[in-house]
Design a protein around this ligand. Structure first.
Ligand code: 13P
Ligand code: SF4
Length: 312
């Protein structure tokens, strides 16, 4: 087996991405070495918009399976690669298309709002996708006389329900990483850093979210910390975002709520995986065409609504 230093790997990756007209997209939770080499880092909404519009023959998606699937659904003419097939999302895997069909049968005439952290099969059964950046505004845009079914994240759903006052029927899914964020840990951090702004991701439990100064997607967190006059921030989400926040805000203090908030599947892509992916053009992510066509509708609807509502 060949051994390369990081410097050599970076050179090889740079050569290959040029040769293959490839773009490297990375989610904000990726390892620092991946964020640093990516063409673009972002949250789920920003990455979907990028995947749709970017001029490239190949997208190497450094994230988890549902993100690469979404990129393929939006841009089927491009080769979409996920450098490590183990990089799934535990929440997305909690719900099947059949589960959604059963929910719809029990609630005829309802509108299914589907968090993008879901499989293509689940999206294909849904009406509108949402991300953490736009769930609140999109839920508000659904006609008041319509019942909403919200899948698969019950924490995000509870937050939306709490903010809009709108009753929704929820699938009981959750993100195991955000479930590790506890109210007591936030209260302890607040005691330690009383002047810090508390920023919390809406995949957290409602009792945790209630302690926030700001509830934001990972992209929203990056924008907020950059623009804020505050110097100290308590960050309640997956730990990978600290790399980007610290790089972009060298003079500010950024404190994670818990060292335990690590999404292990988000950490499965290393430089060597990215290099192998570009070199061997693996692992190709596709979606059967009939499923892709059906899943495209709720994603396009979300992108249209987001543009209309002026959400990035
Ligand atoms: P955003 O980056 O869209 O806020 O989502 C967080 C997440 O858990 C992605 O898996
Ligand atoms: Fe899925 Fe949670 Fe990991 Fe995001 S952080 S990929 S929602 S398990």
């Amino acid at each position: 087996m060949d051994f390369f230093t990081d410097k050599e790997l970076i050179e090889k990756i740079n050569r290959l991405r040029k040769e293959k007209h490839a773009v490297i997209l990375a989610h904000n939770y990726q390892l620092g070495e991946i964020q640093d080499i990516a063409d673009f880092c972002g949250d789920s909404l920003e990455l979907s918009i990028k995947a749709k519009n970017v001029n490239a023959d190949m997208i190497v998606f450094c994230g988890v399976t549902f993100m690469a699937e979404t990129a393929y659904i939006l841009s089927p003419s491009k080769t979409v690669l996920l450098p490590n097939l183990g990089a799934g999302c535990l929440m997305a895997d909690m719900l099947t298309g059949e589960d959604v069909r059963k929910m719809k049968a029990a609630h005829p005439g309802s509108v299914v709002l589907c968090y993008v952290n879901s499989t293509a099969e689940v999206k294909a059964e849904s009406d509108i996708c949402v991300t953490s950046a736009n769930a609140l505004e999109i839920a508000k845009s659904v006609a008041a006389d319509k019942e909403i079914l919200f899948v698969p994240d019950s924490n995000l759903g509870n937050y939306v329900m709490h903010k809009t006052g709108r009753k929704m029927t929820m699938f009981p899914g959750y993100c195991p990483t955000h479930m590790r964020l506890k109210k007591e840990d936030i209260l302890a951090r607040k005691k330690e850093f009383p002047d810090a702004k508390v920023i919390i991701h809406p995949e957290s439990r409602l009792e945790v979210i209630e302690l926030a100064d700001e509830v934001l997607s990972t992209g929203g967190m990056c924008g907020y910390v950059k623009e804020s006059d505050s110097r100290q921030f308590i960050i309640a989400t997956e730990s990978g975002i600290l790399h980007r926040l610290r790089r972009e805000n060298p003079g500010k203090l950024l404190v994670p709520v818990s060292e335990e908030a690590v999404c292990y599947t988000m950490k499965m892509i290393r430089l060597i995986d990215l290099y192998n992916s570009l070199k061997k053009e693996e692992y190709k992510i596709t979606v059967p065409e009939d499923v892709r066509i059906k899943a495209l509708r709720p994603i396009e609807k979300m992108l249209e609504l987001s543009a209309h509502l002026n959400i990035r």
